[in-house]
Write a protein that binds this ligand. Sequence first.
Ligand code: NDP
Ligand code: 8X3
Length: 255
Amino acid sequence: MRPEHPIVLITGASSGFGAAMARLLAAEGCHLALGARRLERVQALADELVKTHGIRAFAGTVDTRDTVSVNAFVEAAATSLGGLHVLIANAGLASGTYKLWETPDEDLEAMMRTNIEGVVKTLRAGLPHVRKAGWGHVFFIGSTAGHQPYEGGSVYCASKFGVRAMAHSLRLELNGEQVRVTCVDPGMAETEFSDVRLKDGEKAKAVYQGVKPLTAHDVAECVRWCLALPDHVNIDEMLVKCLDQASVHKLHRRS
Ligand code: NDP
Ligand code: 8X3
């Protein structure tokens, strides 16, 4: 049965989508486990949301690439909050815009280890708690890059195709249990994503020049809506883009 105050674990809650989801779900009365490598950020967010919304929140440092770190974070969160109902495997990144044959090992590993291994490790640790609770929801954060590949994005696109594949496999594996599985696939959204990818503030700003991109709040709203639907309704996949982005290759820019 759906709890009155679901306990939601979010990775990558120090910035962008993850922080916006934390804010929106706290306002809905969810208790929160917030993780990222930058502990001071998730701790400050947790403290703020506890004060503003009277929820319970756990903040922990986690590197989703690392099994020991993920297991410690998830166990501490579940112990502190009394279980877990919702898992949002959001932590992820793009690193560079290389042609496939030019991709350095460092960037290849950053993307595959975070976007694929990190998701597996997070869900592997979290799912026993969700299944034990008997009611839950798992969110994968994919991308339009997992639908339509583009030049300079081969490894990132491969990782997001992989995220979608995992979401669909997991839904089959959990069939018959009250655990919904959703993959939210956003297009361009202005967060720290392009700063991390391009490592150049000016170039990152230029990505959104003349465009009204999605905000982190817009994406968080998609998650909130999927979660709020009745228990028998499962949104398998949600592809969401800003109006200016008709497709990966067709973007309307105002001069
Ligand atoms: P941000 O860069 O703003 O946020 C990324 C978050 O992931 C940060 O909180 C970061 O925290 C965390 N993170 C990265 N690596 C790790 C790690 N190894 N361990 C733990 N946490 C990690 O980007 P977004 O909010 O935009 O991105 C969130 C997700 O959405 C990603 O999976 C991204 O691929 C996806 N996405 C983004 C789109 C966009 O245009 N912005 C569009 C479609 C999908 P910290 O550095 O503190 O560890
Ligand atoms: C992020 C959106 O278009 O940079 O997943 O791949 S894009």
